[in-house]
Ligand binder design. Structure first.
Ligand code: FES
Length: 147
């Protein structure tokens, strides 16, 4: 059985709307992963885990102090508004249309969320420590997305 690491509780993800952590992938890169609620009653899990980066541009979906914007079962990209299905990771609209967020393997058991992805090692809760980033100028001033 693969090693697993307890991340947080399902209730925390549901109450907060998302939960961010940083992990190291198989290439030695630190990546952010966001847990979001999956409300599809046919889904295997109440929570899913996605790499915290839009497939369109280098933009975090969950931002420090804000979290991920999850509405009507979709994760809204704060930059251009593409919406990714929180259960499948698929985007059907906007500039990121017809792409899917990379997933990270997790398991939910007894109300707890565990990291089970053998290619990923948990580092810590929250965003990456380095601040060589990237995006995070936030939505442009012309954005009309309202939260
Ligand atoms: S950066 Fe996410 S839709 Fe453009």
């Amino acid at each position: 059985m693969a090693t697993r690491y307890r991340l947080t509780s399902v209730d925390t993800v549901l109450d907060d709307g998302s939960w961010l952590f940083t992990a190291r992938n198989g290439r030695g890169e630190d990546v952010e992963v966001v847990l979001v609620p999956c409300e599809d009653e046919n889904a295997d899990s109440d929570v899913e885990a996605w790499v915290n980066r839009c497939t369109h541009e280098n933009q975090r979906l969950s931002r420090e102090g804000v979290g991920a914007i999850v509405r009507d079962g979709g994760i809204v990209c704060p930059k251009h508004g593409s919406i990714f299905d929180s259960c499948s990771g698929y985007c059907a609209n906007g500039p990121a249309a017809e792409s899917t967020l990379p997933s990270v393997d997790i398991a939910v058991e007894n109300g707890q969320v565990y990291l089970t992805d053998e290619d990923v090692t948990y580092l810590h809760e929250g965003p990456r420590d380095d601040d060589e980033n990237e995006d995070d100028e936030g939505p442009s001033s012309t954005s009309h997305i309202r939260f």
